[in-house]
Design a protein around this ligand. Structure first.
Ligand SMILES: *[C@@H]1O[C@H](CO)[C@@H](O)[C@H](O)[C@H]1NC(C)=O
Ligand SMILES: *[C@@H]1O[C@H](CO)[C@@H](O)[C@H](O)[C@H]1NC(C)=O
Ligand SMILES: *[C@@H]1O[C@H](CO)[C@@H](O)[C@H](O)[C@H]1NC(C)=O
Ligand SMILES: *[C@@H]1O[C@H](CO)[C@@H](O)[C@H](O)[C@H]1NC(C)=O
Ligand SMILES: *[C@@H]1O[C@H](CO)[C@@H](O)[C@H](O)[C@H]1NC(C)=O
Ligand SMILES: *[C@@H]1O[C@H](CO)[C@@H](O)[C@H](O)[C@H]1NC(C)=O
Ligand SMILES: *[C@@H]1O[C@H](CO)[C@@H](O)[C@H](O)[C@H]1NC(C)=O
Length: 868
């Protein structure tokens, strides 16, 4: 080990170990030239560098001085008050040295071997020395550490541009472990293509390789390291195989462009919507003025350092001159601030003045493809002629210059390498077709018919999409939809015409997406593709709310009809029975008691039994045991009957009696009371036809088929609602729509006349649509899926649902049970009976009168002839 210490003393006293209060006092720097790394180049480089630094300090450093300590290995003691460390060492040594300088908050600028991950650019400067023409692995490593792509796996396709050695270095630079958690290793799959000169054979070879790639397992990120004449062929092949789409990323590294002296952009003529393609191409200059070599970099770095030091010293000097020593002690920069300042100055110096290795530069281009064909067209998209539309070729190719690479400071990005992956549509304006159809889409127009605001569930979704995919929304209407639809009067008719117009407009492919709630059919119309369902709408039906039954006959309810009949017969039979037994009993003859009055007539017996039933004892009792037994057992019967009756009556008084409601399809089809109708040609009819479940079959069979005709569907809805209310009709529709109808009716009439069925059936899936084979379908689906998983869509939808109101309660009975006071309607029956009794008594009274008069008259008539 040799330790070289050269002291360049341009300034006085140099004694203490304290950190200098001013850099000017004594800036000291450690220069580490690793002997092992440099091998036999060590001595010449050291000699030359020493001379160079001496000269440099003398000429360039106008303020202060610099102490340079030379070391021949990296394991040096850093606690000597260095301001910075310059190292020329292997990658491993550089990193271990960096860890220690970082702890000491020292500036490290390092020159190291190729294929070395650069040190963090906010703490250090790294220059990797490369022989010209061998920079591809380092460049890929720089791309990876700069996080130009965020890949877990990559498929590398290469041709003869790379030799075996290079391939393994590239793979190494992608897979190697880096001490930075943000930069994970990438798994690489490598495919080599034979270089065919013949265009046809080349295409065939490429087709063979690409079509066999198991992209499902190894991802869809590609790096193609190829010659420029292959780029176009490759892009076309990938496109033909459907592998160049919105979720795939292609990075072409083209190394032979500089010999052609052509700009790569001339080669790229056709790009399609939705592709993610970036190019990095060789712009190396082959003129003779190119400087390169380790010494060149050493000198350049020292040059940058000295100039940065000079500037820093100047700055500190200026400040210190204006304040007192004590104040300066308080405000002087810390070690860390000094490091950052020097670093900044050095980076600036390098990026402006660097010459070494400058001939090898590579430029990065990104294709700006997303949303490129949706530029503002004529607003009336309906009038556009139909054009066949499978892949959307971009007419004006726009390539973004996103950055460049050079050996000294690596890759410098002005924009991101894959702009669409990170920034989506980059703020472009996308035409969104829509029409008013609450609650899915709610448009508001001002008096002149311009849309001033939009909302609704689908716009919540599209808005979220716009936010995450970075586009703005331009509303496009499908032709001549009435703009006065702002009054929440979107009718079914209008809906279906708008839907038809929307479908045909989307099929022409002039819009990016249609924000319209379209039912997913099993055989979709041509020219469109559905997104995944945004909502699933079940069908349900409403019927009139079950009415309370009349309570007039409440007092009859405790017993069934046959019980009443039985009771009546019992009363009627018991009279004669009592009479016969009473009559036949020899007891009275034996005891010589007359049977006059009392139970001696059958008429009295009947009244007695009836009176006993009402617990009113008669005046007479039989005296014979036989008769008493009959009466006694009758009393027992009466006891049981009366107790049962009064108990049941109380229960019936408390619980209101309702009609039995119909809540399921089976109940509906089995009851003969109700009618229902289904729109001809509707989705529901189609589904019912396809179903062979018995209840659906009979639902379809029993339905009236209505053809939605006439323009005022609102009126139709109104009339069918009235039918439901009055005529035992049933209305079948989406549960959601029925809820709206019910809510609107409640608001209008202030009553709850309808109930919703408990059964939901035949779900209808609602989705938005995009033009067929739109490249953005997977992107949109992915976002919708994410929103659904996060529960956003449900949350949004529930905001548009009618609020819960009192009609949501299934019936009012439960509320009243605990709190029912007997009212007139409960008692009306008994009053009625009383009236009936009085009425019949009056009738009987009248008939008794007549009978009496008749009798008297007859007596007179009988006597009269006698008198005459
Ligand atoms: C730095 O300068 C101070 C005084 O300015 C001196 O005491 C000290 O010895 C110097 N440090 C070194 C390492 O030379
Ligand atoms: C870049 O182009 C230069 C000049 O044509 C060439 O010498 C060099 O080898 C190329 N780089 C690579 C990696 O092929
Ligand atoms: C949207 O795109 C613009 C243009 O590229 C970009 O500046 C902006 O950062 C992007 N916004 C988001 C949120 O990605
Ligand atoms: C309606 O809105 C459009 C666009 O914002 C505007 O140009 C027009 O003047 C508005 N009309 C009225 C009557 O406010
Ligand atoms: C909206 O409805 C209100 C009354 O509800 C009516 O006065 C107004 O004219 C309607 N507006 C349109 C554009 O139909
Ligand atoms: C889009 O629709 C076409 C027919 O219109 C169909 O062939 C294709 O499979 C659909 N794509 C998707 C992703 O569903
Ligand atoms: C009982 O009925 C009265 C009047 O109908 C009502 O004000 C009260 O809130 C009811 N109480 C309960 C517990 O339902």
């Amino acid at each position: 080990m040799q330790v070289w210490i050269i002291v360049l003393c341009l300034f006085g006293h140099v004694t203490s170990d304290d950190f200098p209060s001013l850099i000017t006092a004594n800036a000291s720097i450690a220069v580490v030239l690793d002997h092992q790394f440099l091998q036999d180049k060590y001595q010449p480089i050291l000699d030359e560098l020493k001379d160079y630094i001496k000269e440099l300090a003398r000429v360039e450093l106008k303020h202060g001085g610099v102490l340079v300590h030379y070391y021949s290995w990296t394991a040096i003691n850093l606690k000597k008050g260095f301001l910075a460390v310059f190292s020329v060492a292997s990658c491993e040594d550089t990193w271990s040295l960096f860890k220690r300088t970082k702890a000491e908050q020292l500036l490290l600028f390092a020159l190291t071997e190729v294929d070395c991950p650069r040190l963090p650019s906010d703490l250090a400067i790294t220059v990797t020395y490369t022989e010209p023409g061998e920079e591809v692995p380092q460049m890929i490593l720089d791309l990876r550490t700069e996080r130009a792509f965020n890949w877990k796996s990559v498929i590398m396709l290469h041709d003869n541009t790379l030799n075996r050695d290079m391939v393994s270095r590239v793979v190494q630079s992608l897979t190697s472990h880096i001490d930075d958690e943000d930069v994970p290793s990438v798994s690489v799959t490598v495919f080599k293509m034979k270089h065919e000169v013949n265009e046809y054979l080349r295409r065939k070879e490429m087709y063979r390789i690409i079509s066999k790639l198991p992209v499902k397992y190894i991802g869809e990120n590609f790096i193609a390291i190829v010659t420029s004449d292959v780029v176009t062929t490759m892009a076309e092949t990938a496109r033909d195989l459907g592998m160049s789409h919105t979720l795939a990323q292609w990075l072409y590294i083209v190394s032979d462009t500089s010999t052609r002296r052509g700009n790569l952009s001339n080669l790229i003529n056709d790009l399609y919507e939705g592709e993610n393609i970036a190019y990095i191409y060789n712009r190396t200059d082959v003129s003779s003025e190119c400087q390169n070599g380790i010494l060149c970099y050493c000198k350049e770095l020292m040059n940058a350092f000295i100039s940065a030091l000079d500037e820093a010293v100047q700055e500190e000097f200026d400040v210190a001159a204006q304040v007192s020593d004590e104040e300066w002690e308080a405000i002087r920069p810390t070690k860390r601030q000094r490091r950052d300042m020097l670093l900044r100055h050095m980076q600036q110096h390098i990026s402006t003045f660097s010459k070494c290795g400058n001939c090898s530069t590579w430029h990065a281009l990104a294709a700006d493809t997303w949303g490129a064909t949706y530029r503002r067209q004529t607003d009336n998209i309906i009038s556009n002629k139909e054009d066949n539309y499978t892949n959307i070729l971009i007419e004006h190719v726009n390539l973004l210059q996103v950055g460049f690479w050079r050996p000294i400071d690596g890759i410098k990005f002005e924009d991101v390498l894959f702009p669409h992956i990170q920034h989506g549509f980059r703020g472009k304006e996308l035409p969104i077709l829509t029409y008013h159809n609450p609650p899915w889409t709610i448009l508001q127009a001002n008096a002149s018919g311009a849309i001033i605001s939009y909302g609704g569930l689908l716009f919540d979704i599209v808005g979220q999409l716009a936010k995450s995919k970075n586009f703005t929304i331009r509303i496009v209407l499908p032709g001549h939809i009435k703009e006065d639809s702002s009054n929440d009067t979107s009718t079914d008719m209008m809906h279906s015409t708008s839907a038809k117009l929307t479908l045909s407009a989307v099929a022409r492919g002039k819009v990016a997406i249609a924000a319209a709630a379209i039912t997913i059919l099993s055989d979709p119309p041509r020219g469109i593709n559905y997104t995944i369902p945004v909502s699933i709408q079940p069908y349900a039906f409403i019927i009139a709310r079950p009415r309370e039954l009349s309570r007039a006959l409440l007092f009859l309810l405790p017993f069934t009809t046959d019980t009443w009949l039985c009771l009546g017969f019992a009363v009627i039979l018991m009279g004669p029975t009592l009479f016969i037994i009473h009559r036949l009993s020899p007891y009275y003859d034996a005891m010589e008691i007359t049977r006059e009055g009392g139970l001696a007539t059958i008429h009295n017996c009947l009244w007695y039994v009836y009176g006993a039933l009402l617990q009113q004892g008669g005046m007479y009792l039989p005296r014979a045991d036989s008769g008493r037994l009959v009466v006694g057992t009758w009393w027992i019967v009466v006891l049981v009957v009366v107790t049962t009756y009064s108990g049941n009556l109380v229960a019936f008084l408390t619980f209101p009696k309702l009609e039995i409601p119909i809540t399921t399809i089976s109940e509906l089809t089995q009851s003969n009371l109700y009618t229902w109708s289904i729109n001809k040609g509707s989705y529901l009819e189609m589904q019912l036809k396809n179903s062979d479940e018995p209840k659906y079959v009979s639902l379809l069979k029993g339905a009236e088929m209505t053809t939605p005709s006439g323009t005022d569907a609102n009126l139709m809805t109104g009339s069918s609602l009235n039918r439901v209310r009055k005529e035992r009709h049933v209305m079948i529709d989406w549960r959601l729509r029925l809820k709206y109808l019910m809510r609107a009716d409640t608001l209008a009439t202030d009553s709850c006349d309808f109930v919703l069925s408990s059964e939901e059936f035949m779900e209808e899936r609602v989705a938005m649509i995009v033009p067929a084979d739109s490249p953005y379908l997977p992107v949109i689906n992915k976002e919708i899926n994410r929103m659904q998983k996060a529960g956003l869509i449900n949350k949004w939808l529930s905001a548009y649902l009618p609020k819960r109101d009192r009609c949501w309660q299934t019936s009012s009975s439960t509320r009243e049970v605990n709190n029912h006071t007997v009212n007139l309607s409960d008692m009306q029956g008994s009053f009625f009976v009383l009236f009936l009794g009085v009425f019949s008594a009056t009738t009987v009274l009248l008939s008794e009168w007549f009978y009496n008069r008749r009798k008297k008259k007859n007596e007179r008539v009988v006597i009269k002839p006698y008198v005459e």
